[in-house]
Design a protein around this ligand. Structure first.
Ligand code: SF4
Length: 338
């Protein structure tokens, strides 16, 4: 709960308004796991609250560790489906990639999560739980909403989670440590841009509308050109960053013509382009572009005045593609129940 939501709860139980701040501190600073541990609340208050509420911390139910230090955690999700969070240590950074939904409605053809269908929205508690319950929680430096699900499709839970992460009466993080990745549902994306100061990453993957629609059906409802028209109205040169995410597939979207069109699309928004190597998924014809092709693509973008980098690939040995571990576990569960 955000501080406002806690204020409503303490009001309902006849507690003093400052009790909301005490509870927030127990939850997000001292990180207790049960209401009984909130010892500056009266015994009666703790008993009354415990009747209807719980802290709700649930540790991961499985994990897979990569030789490069990346750890993929599996959590109980919703609708009987598990979800993933991925811990990625990198020199002085420790990033957690969190999920916002169990499955996803967006049906992108290259995505393992999309293939699993949609099973439900995670609550704010489910999102914050991923951050607070991994063993590396205290050392995290960054959060990225790039796991399972589309954050703009579960807007209120994601906005509340950002509020908890960044509020002085929450975890007190700088919004500069948080990135929300989106396919670009316009109204919801605008709300994230207006109400928060977090960084934004847009999944582009093709600058050509027709081709993008074949990879990402959402293009039919929210063309990427309109997404970038919206983004032109915001300043990404100073306080917050914009990145254009671009997975590269051999012979599909990796030509220099694509690079030129991509440069035209993002020009003037201060977006940097993140070129991502594809982790092939089963039964898909899409194959990753070669390192040489990716480097030529990056160089072309740089030549055209766009900052572009190739994102280092992490955790390949633990099925790093988003949705792979949950996909395997959920399949196992289904087989067992059959
Ligand atoms: S790529 Fe993102 S938006 Fe598309 S199906 Fe996968 S999780 Fe959903």
């Amino acid at each position: 709960m955000t501080i406002e939501q806690l204020r409503t709860v303490v009001g309902k139980y006849g507690l003093k308004p400052f009790a909301a701040g005490q509870i927030a501190s127990w939850l997000y600073v001292k990180r207790v796991k049960d209401i009984e541990s909130m010892t500056d609340l009266s015994k009666n208050a703790r008993a009354a609250l415990s009747e209807n509420y719980c802290v709700g911390r649930k540790g991961p139910k499985a994990e897979a560790r990569s030789t490069d230090g990346t750890v993929k955690y599996l959590f109980e999700g919703v609708g009987g489906r598990d979800i993933e969070a991925v811990y990625i240590p990198d020199r002085d950074r420790a990033t957690l990639c969190v999920s916002s939904q169990a499955g996803c409605r967006m049906n992108c053809s290259f995505c393992m999560t999309g293939r699993q269908g949609f099973h439900g929205n995670l609550s704010t508690a489910d999102i914050i739980n991923q951050i607070l319950s991994i063993p590396e929680s205290e050392s995290l430096t960054n959060i990225v909403f790039m796991g399972m699900g589309e954050p703009t499709d579960n807007l209120s839970a994601v906005l509340d989670a950002i509020e908890i992460l960044t509020s002085a009466r929450g975890m007190g993080w700088s919004p500069k440590r948080i990135t929300v990745s989106s396919i670009g549902k316009l109204k919801e994306l605008k709300m994230i841009l207006d109400r928060t100061k977090v960084h934004v990453a847009i999944s582009v993957h093709s600058p050509i509308g027709e081709q993008r629609a074949s990879l990402m059906p959402v293009e039919n409802a929210y063309p990427v050109k309109e997404v970038f028209s919206l983004l032109h109205g915001y300043d990404f040169a100073h306080q917050r960053r914009l990145s254009a995410e671009y997975i590269m597939w051999k012979g599909v979207n990796d030509s220099l013509r694509h690079a030129e069109m991509l440069a035209r699309l993002v020009k003037g928004t201060s977006a940097r382009v993140n070129l991502i190597r594809y982790h092939a998924i089963p039964d898909s014809e899409l194959q990753p572009s070669s390192a040489k092709t990716m480097e030529a693509f990056r160089d072309k973008l740089n030549e055209l005045g766009i900052t572009a980098t190739i994102r280092a690939s992490r955790g390949e040995d633990i099925m790093a593609a988003c949705g792979m571990l949950a996909g395997r576990e959920n399949k196992n569960q289904t087989q067992q129940s059959l």
